[in-house]
Design a protein around this ligand. Sequence first.
Ligand SMILES: [Zn+2]
Length: 167
Amino acid sequence: MYCRYREISPVCVGKNRALTPKESTKEHLIPKYLMKDAKFKARWQLTFNASDEPNVDISCYKCNNLKNQMADVPFAWKLQYLNQYGISIKSKRSLTRSLTFDPALQLTHDEKEKVLQCVLRGNFYKINDTDARFEFHHIAVFTRKGCVLEVTQQKRKLPRKLKKAIC
Ligand SMILES: [Zn+2]
């Protein structure tokens, strides 16, 4: 058993060897929460369920943890993007050292911490070769060539009942 992400992941415990049973985890290529969403399944014409054969593979616990709630393809894009611009997510410390911020951005220590979390744990959206967006817990981080240019707090969606009352 080999980790699915061994060739691209900076944290893989099984880079050059097979995984022990303790190290291996069941990997959902498209995460379970998305597979529960009927609209998502219909949109991508998926006919299988979350734990069916086409959607499962093996990965090590470290890669699985780093991938978090992402699907395998955007996870691979994220790793590629970070690698391309010399950003290391091997550890939080290496990320702190390697992530650069636009000097015009005046962030507090707490805000910087949130940005680091967002890049480390967040979903990844590739805009083009140089630009990307990371999203995590209502924080969105926009980067160009790996440099943080903009940080925005996304508003929580109003519950439908409340929205009706207001609108
Ligand atoms: Zn791995």
